[in-house]
Each structure stands twice: as C-alpha cells, then as structure tokens.
Design a protein around this ligand. Structure first.
Ligand SMILES: Cc1cc2nc3c(=O)[nH]c(=O)nc-3n(C[C@H](O)[C@H](O)[C@H](O)COP(=O)(O)O)c2cc1C
Length: 206
C-alpha cells in the first residue's frame, strides 16, 4: 500500500480593515472558512488595537505548513496590521538569524484583491510596477525566514466585479486551497506564471 501524501495545514492570516464594506474578500473568506485543514485567523477582529500577541501567533505558525496572507491591496502594499504582525511576530532568533529556524521549509502565499486592472500593473501602465515587483519586501521576508514564497494569487478590477463573478472567484479559491492542502498543485508550473491563479487548468491536478 502506498502512503498518501500528508495534507498541508493552511493558516490564513486575513486582514481587512473595513470588512463590513468588503464584497470580494468577504466572499472569499466565506467560501473557505469551513474547509478541513484550514485555519482562518482574522487579524483585525483579533487585534483591533494592533496589540499582536507574538507568542500566540508563533504557536499558530508552528502548527501549519502554508501561511496565506489574504488582504485587499492598500497603497501598493498590505493593510497596516499585516506590517505590525510581521514586525512583532517574526523575531530574531525565532524566524531568522543563526538559531531562527522555526519557519524553515514552510510556504507563504499572498492572496490579494486589487482595484486596479492587471494591465495597470506594468511598466507602461498607470501603476508603473507589476504586482510581483511591489510584493518584493514580502517575498524577501519569506526567503530570509527560509520559506518558499509562491507566486501570488491576485484578483484584479474588484470594483467592476458583479455578484456572479465574485461567487465564481470564491468557488475557485476554495478549490485551489483544497488542491494546495492535498498537494495537487504543480508548483514548478505555477512558478513559470506571474500569478498562481493564471491558467489554473495547467497548474492544478484534479
Ligand atoms: C485605503 C485604500 C487603498 C487602496 N489602495 C489600492 C492600491 O494601491 N491598488 C489597488 O489596485 N487598489 C487599491 N485599493 C482598492 C482595494 O484594493 C479594493 O477596494 C479591494 O481590493 C476590494 O476588495 P473588498 O471588496 O474585499 O474590499 C485601495 C482601497 C483603499 C480603501
């Protein structure tokens, strides 16, 4: 009998400063919150005063294999609480530095919703830089901690999305998380594309 690959445990660090006004992230979160093997961690709900509990967060990280940072794109970056979380939780001697090996071998994935179109995120577009270029600080943070930073999962043009499209994206998000959990994503193929959710048929095995 062959051993089945162990399921990856997924921790979603979700950050939305105004969830009551959210259309897209709210639907994405709703679609995955009951998935087995997935822990949803709503940072603005947990830490409305930005008083991040480093010990608790580190404990959570140790129990998971894939860390997802899910948030709307705010000023070409994360909402402020994600930065606070990084500053407080990724400590010298724990996450990086000579004895800082706690996160080594884990994966990190950014899941981002952006008002701007994909076309706008280019050298000759209104935003001047690609999403991957703007995410360089997160990619390098992951690398410094010995983590594998996956190509980001990005939904563009959020303001123009209708309810049906949002529901379709939410369903797709759920199936991609199931595939990541069960080791059915061809990461080499994904790395040849700018986004994890480009050409999903070529990247996710059924
Ligand atoms: C303070 C603020 C800053 C934003 N900055 C950006 C940005 O830099 N780039 C972008 O494409 N969209 C930007 N947006 C648009 C949001 O990314 C967009 O409204 C969000 O992804 C929609 O998701 P939601 O329905 O879950 O809120 C910004 C919105 C706000 C409120």
């Amino acid at each position: 009998m062959t051993d089945l690959p162990r399921r990856r445990r997924i921790l979603i660090l979700f950050a939305h400063p105004a969830l009551h006004r959210s259309r897209v992230n709210r639907a994405l979160v709703q679609a995955v919150r009951d998935l087995e093997g997935v822990t949803l961690h709503d940072l603005y709900e947990l830490y409305p005063d930005f008083d991040v509990d480093a010990e608790h967060e580190q404990d959570q990280l140790l129990r998971h294999d894939l860390l997802i940072l899910q948030h709307p794109f705010y000023w070409y970056s994360t909402p402020a609480l994600v930065k606070q979380w990084l500053d407080v939780v990724l400590q010298l001697g724990w996450a990086y530095g000579r004895s800082g090996t706690a996160l080594r071998g884990k994966q990190m994935l950014s899941v981002i919703t952006a008002g701007g179109s994909e076309r706008a995120y280019a050298r000759d577009g209104v935003n001047g830089y690609s999403i991957a270029e703007l995410l360089a600080p997160l990619a390098q943070t992951a690398r410094l901690c010995g983590m594998d930073y996956l190509p980001p999962y990005v939904l563009h043009g959020t303001h123009g999305l209708g309810e049906e499209e949002i529901a379709r994206h939410a369903e797709e998000y759920r199936s991609v998380l199931e595939a990541l959990r069960d080791g059915r994503v061809d990461l080499d193929a994904a790395r040849r594309r700018p986004y994890l959710n480009h050409s999903l048929d070529a990247v996710v095995r059924s």
